[in-house]
Design a binder for this molecule. Structure first.
Ligand SMILES: Cc1ncc(COP(=O)(O)O)c(C=O)c1O
Length: 1019
């Protein structure tokens, strides 16, 4: 296999011509056929009337909203005779390629065949007992949580809670997560999750660096920290030019190293417990904290959440930052992710905190209401000056972890922790009493034992462990192994372990004397005192609690969510089913390769299909969000320039219209951002592009552009901009988050780009989960593949990694357990049908645009350059400003119509960006358009000075508002009926906002980010 791959690599290696790579791919185009995107194909292939002997349960007709007859109607509205003509007018001629995709099977698998195929793949994964630890542990996801959150579209299909009034349920769950973290770490402010433990640790380093205003560049990490965490920190340190030192901070030499670095020290990080399982002494940790503080640096502690239910919290020994993974709070290992990382800080640091933060504010009626707080520090506003590039995080998994804490409560969690420690201690006793192996360390551990073997090598013991008992351990060196116990360990498992190490299944004193956690290490305070952690311990209570939260929110279960730039398409149930199968859910990321053959096959095939779609040569699935993909792609470009002896190339050109994560990621990857102007009509200002490229020719590293652009336009000058970049020695990074408009019609490689990321959680059906998980793979051209990231504990690719960049995530394949979703989507659609996802997404958007264009100004569309938009368009509400009507009024009023607002204020202030996706049917598109047209009449009432228009400013109207007495309503100038049921369909079904308009300013000036006592709500 390796030999075959090497031959392949050689034959397709990039050829360099005059210093610039010549890609093999475009030459191939001559030999491949053209995709059929005709109306006839849409009917016959996606909506077949007969399928002969084939399965009836075909998928494209379930994924695509409009039926062929609807399409005919919609084409009339957009003034096009057929699909093909429409697409030819929507995409510029130099852009429309229609390269046929070599994706198997061309017609797609039926739903039942897909499940059979995935079962077959899953069965190639061997689920053994994994005690490998290193940040990943077995855990029981309570069935009530699995069924009602993890597998429940009301939770997993929602977006980041931008529209607070219809998101109070998941905001409350995220606030609960923050409360868990605050209680267990002892620090006063925690965010609503980060991507994983490694990146959270890297964020701690970056926060420390910013804390010194960039003046101090040395960060020291204790060597007893997980390898993958150190490697991710190293990757970020390299790109930012920071000096990373790994030292034994718990030794006197470590303290000397800290002192010696004082002048340049921005911070230090210690793991608690350490990678080898040892728990440092509080006095030693306090000494490190004091030393770091003496040099004005920040002290970060990478902690284990479960052990914190028993151990002193990091706040007791001077931590400024506490971080770690919440995985073992009910989230399966999933071959490495997705899992929620946590991040808590001292009060003074809250404004520098990366990621999303939920806070409590009040609504228009003075009622407590939750919302996202301190958003002005995020990349959407601060761009390259943002505290971090985090946009998508791990909301769904944070909600699972919060629910796990709610369900078990403080005593339940402590019982789990005591049991885990007790099991480890029993095993330790058995090893000490009944074997000649030696337990390493000073005997103070939580769940992890390091054992030096006698009479048997690590390999011999590990072979016996796998073959006789089905057990995986971690090999430290030839004579030492390590293992971590967890919640799932049974009596039999313990006996197996005892027998493995001692030859005897007996557990000394096992029943009579369950060992206790050492008292001097035990925290004495009460944890999780809020009532939410005490009220939902029966399954009935928990079920109702979760249901009550879900009822408050708009998700795809209630109506379309037309958030521009977010692609809220169908997350097909058949795609979702496999992710909780044990064969995918219960694999540790560092198991031997032969146990992960199913995953490796799936990853291989998915990478192949993504390469077909993007036209590129190689993929990494490691980045776990779009923004992480951006960081990875730019780091690869950076490495490429360094490798070619051009390290001075440090400028990235980014159009002013770009998504906020673009400049934030470029800054994080160590680049200087130079903006490129856009013209009045929304397209790139090519003259400015040329000027900037020329001006920076010696330092030009890359040009970074989203396609279709963030204005929803198929930029006609894209190929010229790409050629220009190459002419001046730069690489082209295409932000492929908008790939939903490109599949099968054009591609980054066809257009000449060098690297792109994809948001699998947009284009490829991974649900948004209320703000994560995400998967942001990057695909690269041949000449860049050697620079894709490696991993210290696992093989990530089958090519030479000598020049590879350090890892960008803790898991070798990022959020591996959700990859079956994208895999299934592509295979269900098939190579011939999947282009219709893009075609229909573009048609749906233009249908809405054409129905709305006489009522609203549509930004950029209507000129000779742009007859049509791409897959999204911008409603310009600025003309109504003179009547004091703003985008926020329309956004909030849409909630009264049962809809989530489109994207507000991005990419242009006071506009709404609408993206319907291909999965919405004509009825739903019409309902949304009719709502906007009805709102237009309400705006007209304002223009004409009629009182009915006041309904906009008072929106949304929760039931509590409607029930106010007549003295209130007589002054309103509009009726309750108009407020609540402005269109007839609402009387049949409506999702109600549960609070009235939330006061953003109050929330930020009175920041409160943990669950308040229930009395506060009652007041
Ligand atoms: C164009 C574009 N680029 C980048 C991103 C960032 O992706 P993520 O939120 O996964 O970090 C987004 C997110 O929606 C996007 O729309």
């Amino acid at each position: 296999m390796a030999g075959m791959l090497r031959t392949l690599l050689k034959s397709s290696a990039a050829r360099h011509c005059g210093g610039r790579p010549v890609r093999a791919f475009p030459a191939l185009r001559r030999f491949v056929s053209t995709a059929d995107i005709s109306s006839a194909k849409y009917s016959a292939s996606c909506f077949p009337s007969t399928v002969g002997l084939r399965d009836l349960d075909t998928f494209p007709r379930r994924h695509l909203g409009p039926r062929p007859e609807d399409v005919s109607e919609m084409l009339k509205v957009v003034e096009a005779p057929d699909i093909e003509t429409f697409v030819s007018n929507a995409l510029p001629p130099k852009v429309l390629v229609k390269r046929a995709l070599n994706i198997d099977p061309p017609q797609g698998l039926s739903e039942s065949a897909m499940l059979r195929k995935l079962k077959e793949i899953a069965s190639k994964n061997k689920v053994l007992r994994s005690y490998i630890g290193k940040g990943y542990y077995g855990t029981h996801m309570p069935a009530v949580i699995q069924r009602n959150i993890m597998e429940n579209p009301a939770w997993y299909t929602s977006y980041t809670p931008y529209q607070a009034e219809v998101s109070q349920g998941r905001l409350e769950a995220l606030l609960t997560f923050q409360t868990v973290i605050v209680d267990l770490t002892g620090l006063p402010v925690a965010n609503a999750s980060l991507l994983d433990e490694g990146t959270a640790a890297a964020e701690a380093m970056i926060m420390s660096f910013h804390h010194t205003r960039g003046k101090k560049r040395t960060f020291i990490v204790d060597k007893n920290t997980h390898e993958q965490t150190i490697a991710v920190i190293k990757s970020r340190a390299n790109t930012l030019g920071l000096n990373l030192v790994v030292a034994d901070l718990l030794s006197p030499e470590g303290i000397s190293t800290l002192k010696a670095s004082a002048k340049d020290l921005c911070g230090a990080l210690v793991s608690y417990p350490g990678d080898n399982g040892e728990i440092p002494r509080i006095t030693a940790l306090q000494q490190i904290a004091d030393t770091v503080h003496d040099s004005k640096g920040l002290f970060a502690v990478d902690a284990d959440l479960l052990s914190l239910t028993l151990m002193h919290p990091p706040s007791t020994f001077g931590a400024d930052i506490a971080l770690g993974s919440a995985q073992r709070f009910g989230v399966p290992m999933g071959f490495g992710g997705p899992h929620a990382a946590f991040f808590a800080v001292r009060e003074e640091l809250k404004r520098k905190m990366p990621g999303r933060l939920v806070g409590i504010s009040t609504d228009r009626l003075g009622k407590p209401a939750l919302r996202l707080a301190l958003q002005t520090r995020e990349q959407h506003i601060r761009r390259e000056k943002a505290t971090s590039n985090i946009c998508t995080a791990q909301a769904l998994l944070a909600n699972v972890a919060a629910a796990y804490a709610v369900y078990h409560g403080p005593e339940g969690l402590r019982d789990i922790a005591r049991r885990v420690h007790g099991l480890a201690a029993l095993l330790a006793r058995a090893v000490e009493k009944n074997s000649s192996h030696k337990l390493l360390g000073d005997g103070i551990y939580f769940d992890t034992l390091r054992i030096q073997l006698s009479g048997e090598s690590a390999d011999q013991l590990m072979n016996r462990a796998v073959n006789t008992y089905g057990i995986n351990l971690f090999k430290v060196n030839d004579s030492t192994v390590q293992l971590s116990l967890d919640e799932t360990v049974t009596e039999k498992d313990l006996a197996d372990l005892a027998e493995l190490f001692t030859g005897n299944r007996e557990i000394p004193d096992g029943v009579t004397d369950f060992p206790e956690f050492p008292p001097e290490w035990q925290r004495k305070d009460s944890i999780l005192t809020n009532s939410v952690f005490h009220e939902h311990h029966s399954e009935t209570a928990m079920l109702r609690f979760l249901y009550s939260l879900q009822q408050k929110d708009i998700a795809l279960t209630t109506s379309m969510i037309s958030l521009g730039s977010c692609t809220m398409k169908l997350n097909g149930t058949v795609e979702m089913l496999p992710i909780t199968w044990p064969e995918f859910a219960d694999l540790h990321p560092f198991v031997p390769r032969d146990q992960a053959q199913g995953y490796l096959q799936l990853i291989d095939e998915l990478e192949h299909d993504l390469q077909q779609i993007t036209g590129f040569a190689k993929t990494t699935l490691m980045p776990n969000s779009g923004a992480q993909g951006e960081y990875t792609g730019l780091s690869v470009i950076r490495q490429y320039h360094h490798h070619r002896g051009e390290p001075q190339r440090n400028v990235v050109l980014i159009p002013v219209s770009a998504h906020g994560t673009n400049p934030a990621s470029a800054a994080m990857a160590g680049f200087k951002v130079v903006p490129v102007k856009c013209l009045e009509n929304g397209s790139l200002d090519m003259a400015d592009m040329e000027k900037q490229a020329k001006k920076n020719k010696d330092n030009l590293a890359a040009f970074m552009i989203t396609y279709p652009t963030t204005y929803g336009l198929f930029e006609p000058g894209i190929r010229d901009a790409i050629d220009l970049t190459h002419k001046y020695g730069g690489q082209v990074y295409m932000d492929g988050a908008n790939m939903n408009a490109q599949v099968g019609l054009t591609s980054p490689a066809d257009l000449g780009a060098d690297v792109c990321h994809l948001n699998l959680h947009k284009t490829f059906c991974i649900p948004h989960g209320g703000g994560g998980p995400g998967v942001g793979p990057i695909c690269v051209a041949e000449h860049l593949k050697g620079f894709l990231p490696k991993h210290p504990l696992a093989e990530t690719s089958n090519h030479d990694t000598t020049n590879a960049i350090d890892p960008v995530s803790s898991g070798p394949f990022g959020s591996a357990s959700v990859l079956p979703i994208s895999y299934a989507y592509i295979k269900l659609m098939g190579g011939e049908n999947i282009p219709f996802s893009s075609v229909t997404a573009i048609l749906n958007a233009n249908y809405m645009l054409y129905r709305l264009k006489d009522a609203y100004k549509i930004q950029f569309i209507g000129s000779d350059d742009f007859k049509y938009c791409g897959h999204e368009f911008i409603l310009d509400l600025r003309p109504f400003k003179k009547y004091h009507i703003e985008a926020i009024d329309v956004a909030k009023r849409l909630q009264d119509y049962g809809f989530h607002a489109p994207t507000m204020a991005f990419p242009i202030p006071d506009t709404l960006m609408v993206e319907p996706t291909e999965s919405e049917n004509l009825d739903e598109l019409n309902r949304f358009v009719d709502s906007l047209l009805s709102i237009r009449e309400e705006i007209r009432a304002v223009e004409e000075g009629k009182s009915e228009g006041l309904v906009l400013k008072n929106s949304p109207h929760p039931i509590e508002d409607l029930l106010q007495d007549d003295t209130v309503w007589s002054k309103r100038g509009y009726t309750r009926e108009q407020a609540a049921y402005p269109l007839p369909y609402l009387k049949n079904f409506k999702t109600w906002p549960t609070v009235s308009r939330v006061d953003d300013v109050y929330g930020d000036t009175h920041l409160l980010c943990t669950c308040p006592p229930v009395s506060a709500y009652a007041e």
